[in-house]
Each structure stands twice: as structure tokens, then as C-alpha cells.
Design a protein around this ligand. Structure first.
Ligand SMILES: [Zn+2]
Length: 336
């Protein structure tokens, strides 16, 4: 993989079918949707924690059990950065025998997925029945059911990821950089310390982990309630960037016009891409930024395509855009 890439950044839109991806606190007879308020209106969202869970489970499908631990009863994971792909990518707060408490900051930053269309126009409350059989059936072979209300919504969500590539498979360690000696006799010497990155996994393995993560963005699917509310929540419109500088600026590139339609704010798109261009690495002497889109997501797709063409951003499908970034990174065929 290219080692001048300090950040791999993606921001995307995903349009879902009628579903309930992430429940809030609800009540005994209500499965609600997690919501936030903005400008006097309610919108749905999927928490960053849930997004990370979906990605973890997508990656786990490709790993051996020893490469992907599950949390114990206390919710603690193994903390083995060298061996465990999930602990490396997603960080942990855990206790390790004979070592004590350990924490790792995740090198993978994930946003919550924010619904962009007001719930008022997009939500319905449906009810489902929970049937009880067995003991109840014995009472005159009757089937009793509880009625539970479920909030369902269609929406367009915005989400994003930024991978701190140099920290994958590595962890900061303290190093002594200088000593300060006191002029007074008998006074203790003070050591000055800094941090440097220590490798926990060889280069090929670090790159394989980044590949697994990029592929997970293409196919993550372990959202809740899919047994009867199956939908796809992977990117429908995506921007993928390879940056020589770590920043989150690209996350602001995608915004709707705030008029209740699915029109993308094209001026914003132009402004942010122009700003981010100075941070992009060059691939075949072009800036490393790709767009992927499928039809029927944004209302002003022609205008968006024109803006992307003007900015020399290649327009592919979402999966092709991620694959183009993988190819430019030199990550093809690294999954096994
Ligand atoms: Zn682990």
C-alpha cells in the first residue's frame, strides 16, 4: 500500500426502504426509532455505535474465530492488537490479566447515520403481534398475541468514515527524548518523553485489515430487525478520498437543500471538494477522489454529475468507487 496516504475518507448517502434500523428507548409496547431534533423537526438517526457494530459483523464474516473476538459478560474484548482484527480496528477498553486496564483509541472514526428527511413526512407506526404458543395454547387451544407498535420510516441517511491509516496495526508508545539535569547537586534527573508508533502487525497484515474494512463498507448488512424489515443500508452516493493529510473536512461535502426534497446542495459539494483537493494524494497525476452513485437517490443528479465532472472527479457506481480507491492504494487481492 502507498505509505503517503494518512487518511482514507468516505462520506455517503444511503436510501433505505421502510424499516427501523436503530431503536430508541421505546416502551413496553413501542419499538421507536432513534430521533434527533433540528429546526423544530424530528429526524431519524442510527448511532455511531450501531454503525460500528454493522461494520464489525461484516468483517467478522471473513475472519477465523481467533482473529475476531466477541465481548465477554462485562462487555470487554480481548485487546490483542496483533492477533485480533476487530480490537485493532475498533479499539477497546478492557482489562488484561497481569497487565491491568488497557484502552485503545479506534483508528477507524465512524459517524452516526443522520436521516435527512423529516420524520413527519416519512414515518408510519405499524403494529406487530407477538404470538405465544405452548402454555397458552393449552387454554382452549387459544392463541394470545401482544400488540407492539413499531415505528417505521423511509429516509435518506448521511454517514461517513475516516481511517487513520498509520495507526492501523500500531499503537503509541512512550519514548524518552531527552533528560533534564538539575544544576543543583543531588537533584533528580527529569526525563522528557514523547510518543512514537510501534508496529503490532506486519505491513501486509495492516493492509489486509484496511482492505477488510473498505470491503465491509460495500456490504455491511447486520442491522437490527432485518428478519421482517429487510433493506439495504450501504452507500448509494459516495465520495472516496485518499489524503496525505489527516482531516475530516470531506464529511461536509454532502448535504441536502433543506427544502424537504432530496436535492443535493451542489454549491456546498463544489466548495468542500475544492477545499479538500489540496489534501489529496495524486494517482496517475490526478487527485485521488472518486464519486460513486446509483440513479434515483438525489433529485438533481444531473446537476451533481456536472459539478463532479467540472471538478474532475470520476463518476462510477459506489462499489466501483471503493474498488478504484483500493486499486490506487495497491490493496487488490489482499483479503485472504
Ligand atoms: Zn479482540
Amino acid at each position: 500500500m502507498r505509505n503517503d496516504v494518512k487518511a482514507i475518507q468516505l462520506v455517503w448517502l444511503s436510501k433505505t426502504g421502510l424499516t427501523n434500523l436503530n431503536s430508541g428507548e421505546g416502551g413496553s409496547n413501542l419499538v421507536d426509532i432513534k430521533k434527533f431534533r433540528y429546526g423544530g423537526q424530528e429526524f431519524p438517526y442510527v448511532s455511531g455505535q450501531a454503525m460500528r457494530f454493522y461494520l464489525k459483523e461484516a468483517i467478522r464474516r471473513h475472519l477465523r474465530p481467533e482473529e475476531a473476538c466477541v465481548a465477554d459478560e462485562q462487555g470487554e474484548t480481548c485487546g490483542r492488537i496483533a492477533e485480533c482484527v476487530l480490537c485493532d480496528l475498533f479499539g477497546f477498553m478492557t482489562t488484561v490479566p497481569d497487565v491491568g486496564a488497557l484502552t485503545r483509541v479506534s483508528p477507524v472514526k465512524v459517524s452516526p447515520a443522520m436521516g435527512l428527511l423529516p420524520l413527519e413526512d416519512t414515518m408510519v407506526t405499524d403494529f406487530l403481534t407477538r404470538r405465544h404458543r405452548g402454555a397458552v395454547v393449552q387454554q382452549q387451544a387459544e392463541m394470545r398475541g401482544d400488540i407492539v407498535n413499531v415505528e417505521l420510516a423511509v429516509n435518506i441517511y448521511k454517514a461517513g468514515i475516516c481511517i487513520d491509516t498509520v495507526r492501523v496495526g500500531r499503537e503509541e508508545e512512550l519514548v524518552q527524548v531527552a533528560e533534564q539535569q538539575s544544576a543543583k547537586k543531588g537533584k533528580a534527573i527529569k526525563t522528557v518523553r514523547g510518543v512514537q508508533l510501534k508496529d503490532f502487525a506486519p505491513e501486509q497484515e495492516r493492509f489486509r485489515r484496511i482492505t477488510l474494512l473498505l470491503d465491509a463498507i460495500k456490504d455491511f448488512s447486520d442491522y437490527s430487525k432485518q428478519a421482517r424489515l429487510l433493506t439495504d443500508f450501504t452507500p448509494d452516493f459516495v465520495l472516496v478520498a485518499l489524503q496525505h493529510n489527516y482531516s475530516h473536512r470531506l464529511q461536509k461535502a454532502i448535504e441536502l437543500c433543506n427544502d424537504g426534497t432530496a436535492k443535493l446542495n451542489v454549491e456546498r459539494l463544489r466548495q468542500i471538494i475544492t477545499e479538500v483537493q489540496e489534501e489529496l494524494v495524486a494517482v496517475d497525476s490526478k487527485p485521488a477522489l472518486w464519486a460513486g452513485m446509483v440513479e434515483g437517490i438525489v433529485d438533481n443528479a444531473d446537476e451533481v454529475k456536472q459539478a463532479l465532472q467540472d471538478l474532475q472527479v470520476p463518476i462510477l457506481t459506489p462499489r466501483q468507487a471503493i474498488d478504484a480507491a483500493k486499486k490506487a492504494l495497491g490493496l487488490e487481492g489482499l483479503k485472504q
